[in-house]
Ligand binder design. Structure first.
Ligand code: FCB
Length: 474
């Protein structure tokens, strides 16, 4: 989750780090153990990836109307007044972007398929032209030696399908997941079911800053449960179509939450509440632990018999997105917390504080609480302050400095026993950054939204070498 002040929840700070015998860069280069007596299976190399999403990069051409179209077309919702009509036109310009990434030594591209392109007008038969487009994009990656990692749901929802206030959306998403995996399952080895449901709940249903723009605690609770249900049903539908060699995971935020004032009881209680809503209300039921005690009574009216079994899913890997910690303070009222400013001493990107050690903390926490399991950092990245015109970012040394620190933090997590297998920088190109429009630029490739011209930033040329510095087994 980016764009928010984020901080030391009691649970995160209680982490006891574990040094496994099989930790660290050397072990990572070796092998995972096979069945007793068998030779160990060769281990994949550490993945040097980049990430992007259809709703932030594709034009509206050839797809149905989405929740984000409605939001972007509502005056006042997008900070720079832009719309997502063109984004970066990845749907027609993907080949040039992929050429640049290939030349820079990028080995994997995390993309998403747009549900409104696959089922533009309603349930049922898919739009063949949409499936064909993704087949072409995926083939273009494979031809360049770039491994496609496909996220099935990265927030764009066709208007006909409704939203997460209703549980009906879960079955619709499962149908969509079945369609995509049936048609593209032969080409793609790594699948990600769903991106950051925590951000959708907090920003789209709690604070109203993102589509669909609801602002209510009840909406937030519905969004949590109905997204969890969706992930479970989507995973079952995807597995039914994917070959046994495919790997299926899902991506969550694992966000360390801190009280604004350490030791202040109201803020400490607020951090515990936020930690439950942002982290454990998703990850605990996913890993078969049910809803955390503090959240269970709130969600109980929505939970039907069998739901928790549907939600508990055995994935092949966990995707973790991390940008910074979240800071909260206690406030009177039923919600009991609000997001606070991060400490002023921290360096800042254009959207959040810079906290590399929070990445180590998040990865070790997830691995300790739910693991051991293969983990990928499926997003991390930086929008630089002042990087507002399309070419001012070309000499983006600051991005490289911070990336170096975050990669070092990821390597420290692996040295502490986290089975970390790869990292995807957010993002390949400057994108349409949701409610921030084009003003916040995360890309390794600069894009001028007016002309769609591209230019490599310095960070693109250095990215692969920087990953290798911290993960010599790539
Ligand atoms: C994450 C989103 C991604 C992008 C980055 C900056 O929360 O998953 O789409 O907006 O933040």
């Amino acid at each position: 989750m980016a764009g928010h002040e984020r901080g030391d929840s009691p649970s995160f700070s209680a982490i006891v780090t574990r040094r496994q015998a099989l930790g660290g860069a050397v072990a990572g280069a070796l092998a995972v153990s096979g069945p007793a007596g068998a030779a160990p299976a060769p281990r994949d190399r550490f993945v040097i990836g980049v990430a992007a999403a259809a709703a932030q990069t594709e034009s509206r051409n050839g797809r149905g109307r989405s929740n984000w179209d409605v939001f972007a077309d509502t005056p006042g919702k997008i900070h720079d007044g832009s719309t997502n009509a063109r984004c970066t036109e990845f749907d027609t310009r993907y080949a040039t972007d992929l050429d640049r990434l290939k030349a820079a030594g990028v080995k994997a591209f995390r993309m998403s398929t747009a549900w409104p392109r696959i089922q533009p007008d309603g349930p049922g038969a898919p739009n063949q032209a949409g499936l064909d487009l993704y087949a072409r994009i995926i083939d273009a990656m494979l031809e360049r030696g770039i491994d496609p990692w496909v996220t099935l749901f990265h927030w764009d929802t066709p208007v006909w399908a409704g939203n997460f206030l209703s549980r009906d959306i879960a079955g619709r998403l499962a149908d969509y997941a079945g369609i995509v995996t049936k048609h593209l399952g032969d080409r793609v080895k790594n699948w990600i079911t769903f991106n950051e449901p925590g951000s959708v709940a907090l920003l789209g249903y709690g604070s109203g800053e993102h589509a669909p723009g609801f602002k209510s605690p009840l909406a937030l609770v519905s969004a949590i449960h109905h997204q969890n249900l969706s992930i479970g049903l989507m995973a079952k539908a995807a597995r039914a179509h994917l070959p046994s060699t495919a790997r299926l995971g899902t991506t969550h935020i694992a966000i360390p939450v801190r009280p604004e004032t350490p030791g202040k009881p109201d803020d400490v209680a607020a951090a515990a509440r936020m930690h439950a809503i942002a982290n454990t209300a998703f990850l605990d039921p996913l890993f078969g632990k049910g809803y955390p005690d503090s959240f269970a009574p709130l969600v109980a009216p929505l939970v039907k018999p069998g739901d928790l079994d549907t939600i508990a899913t055995k994935f092949d890997f966990l995707g973790v997105n991390y940008y910074a910690r979240l800071y909260v303070r206690g406030v009177p009222g039923p919600v009991g917390f609000e997001v606070a400013e991060a400490p002023k001493v921290l360096p800042r990107t254009a959207m959040q504080p810079v906290e590399p050690d929070g990445l180590t903390e998040a990865l070790v926490w997830a691995s300790e609480r739910y693991g051991p399991m293969p983990i990928y950092v499926t997003e991390t990245g930086f929008a630089l302050r002042g990087e507002t015109t399309w070419d001012s970012g070309l000499k983006d040394q600051q991005r490289l400095t911070w990336l170096d620190q975050y990669l070092g933090a990821a390597a420290r997590a692996r040295a502490q026993g986290v089975d970390l297998r790869g990292l995807f920088y957010w993002s390949a190109t400057d994108n349409w950054e949701w409610a921030q429009g084009f003003a916040k630029r995360f890309g390794l490739i600069a894009v001028d939204p007016a002309t769609q011209a591209r230019a490599n930033k310095r960070s693109l040329a250095r990215y692969a070498a920087l990953v290798r510095k911290h993960f010599p087994d790539v």
